[in-house]
Design a protein around this ligand. Structure first.
Ligand code: ZN
Ligand code: ZN
Length: 419
């Protein structure tokens, strides 16, 4: 939130990244007032009086990036242990994670389980530096599902009720049509932007094989029904064609991961105007570093099942014209690899597709087209000034924001190394 709503600034002499055409446009200037872009126009010879002007000196100007699948409260790669941490520790450990995301150029994220309205609001109020958050609250998981972190023989972590949640738990366990309806209403009442469900087995949970489907169709339909009643949508963790197909047929809008998708299922997603949010980087990093960073042994064994297929899934989604949003899904110390997903996407799909996934497509997923992920009058002023051209060299966005000369969020300057 900008504290000086009438404050005006102008970015001159930059090269605008045109994500439609896949080119840079020189000779444009962008005028910002308060938290919005109010003009994108050919460069004027004389800067307006009373406007703070920045000369970008031919650097690239692009929209702030959007990561559609993060867990900002997952500071421990072992999600079971994460859920056991005291709330205050979870929140303090999230602060550097949030700040680093913004520093890498992610001005917006969609949290896929854990973060709530209060955290999103804290960022909006400027109490905490970090990306704007579209929070899901707690993801919904069935008993024995991907959100059920109890080891066999253990009854720990069974959340008793929604007022006793631990901050570090990314999910809540809820079963039955009536109960899931209530859970969705609770999450929405608490300020969730969208609803996240676990619709298949997963890696970071102890007792659910990847091949399992989760939730009955009746439960998924009830969840979708409640989300749509509130004019929002459901995002579902799902890997296999079987799990993806039933989620889509029950009205789920975004498929998270989707590593084991096949061509037929990808086509079904395209027909139903669904989105995919692949998160390949997390499998690459879990395979490389997971055990070292405390991922449970049952989880390490599951990684290879989905890692190798994940790269092929990117191709299958592209061939079927399923729009793909950017997702990283990193846990614990692996958060530092957040931009590496861009490199994976660029290798397989090209730089422009990688850039669109984190801007225009991500904004569609968030139902904020024209406001986020673009440089246009009326859009929120979330902008990056980049040393280099990401259309030809994606590496200028990889790392910890070393090549970002400027980061603007909501019209306020969060980083500026221009002299
Ligand atoms: Zn997941
Ligand atoms: Zn996730």
């Amino acid at each position: 939130m900008n504290t000086q709503p009438s404050h005006r600034l102008i970015l001159r002499n930059g090269q605008l990244l045109d994500l439609q055409q896949g080119r840079l446009i020189a000779g444009q200037e962008v005028l910002i007032e308060g938290d919005r872009i109010i003009a994108v126009r050919p460069q004027s010879r004389v800067p307006e009086a009373g406007v703070q002007a920045y000369d970008l000196n031919g650097k690239t100007l692009m929209p702030g990036m959007i990561d559609c699948h993060v867990h900002v409260l997952a500071s421990n790669a072992n999600l079971g242990l994460n859920a056991l941490q005291p709330n205050a520790i979870i929140m303090y450990r999230a602060l550097p994670i949030l700040e680093a995301m913004l520093g890498r150029g992610f001005t917006t994220v969609r949290d896929a389980g854990g973060a709530d309205w209060a955290l999103a609001r804290s960022i909006e109020l400027g109490l905490v530096p970090g990306p704007r958050i579209f929070a899901s609250g707690k993801a919904l998981s069935q008993t024995g599902g991907h959100g059920d972190m109890r080891a066999r023989g253990s009854l720990l972590l069974n959340e008793p009720c929604s007022c006793c949640f631990r901050a570090g738990a990314i999910a809540r366990i809820v079963d039955g049509v009536d109960n899931v309806r209530l859970a969705v209403r609770e999450e929405l009442q608490q300020g969730a932007s969208q609803i996240k469900i676990m619709a298949s087995g997963g890696v970071a949970s102890p007792t659910d094989p990847i091949a399992n489907t989760q939730y009955s169709e009746a439960e998924i339909r009830a969840i979708v029904d409640e989300a749509e009643a509130a004019n929002t949508y459901v995002m579902a963790h799902a890997y296999t064609p079987r799990a993806i197909r039933r989620a889509i047929e029950c009205g789920v809008r975004t498929i998270e991961h989707g590593n084991l998708v096949d061509a037929d299922t990808a086509r079904l997603m395209a027909e139903r105007n669904a989105f995919a949010v692949p998160t390949q980087v997390t499998y690459e990093m879990l395979a490389e570093h997971g055990a070292r960073f405390g991922l449970a042994q049952e989880s390490v064994a599951k990684i290879e099942e989905v890692r190798l297929a994940g790269r092929n899934a990117l191709r299958l989604f592209a061939e079927a014209d399923v729009p793909m949003g950017y997702g990283s899904d990193l846990l614990g110390e692996m958060h530092e690899y957040q931009t590496h997903e861009l490199k994976i996407r660029a290798e397989i799909l090209g730089n422009l597709a990688a850039l669109r996934s984190a801007t225009t497509v991500a904004a569609q997923i968030l139902q904020r087209e024209g406001e986020l992920g673009c440089i246009a009058p009326g859009a929120l002023a979330d902008l990056l000034v980049v040393n280099g051209n990401p259309l030809t060299d994606i590496d200028c966005l990889i790392g910890q924001g070393e090549n970002l000369a400027m980061i603007i969020q909501d019209g306020s300057i969060k980083k500026n190394t221009l002299t």
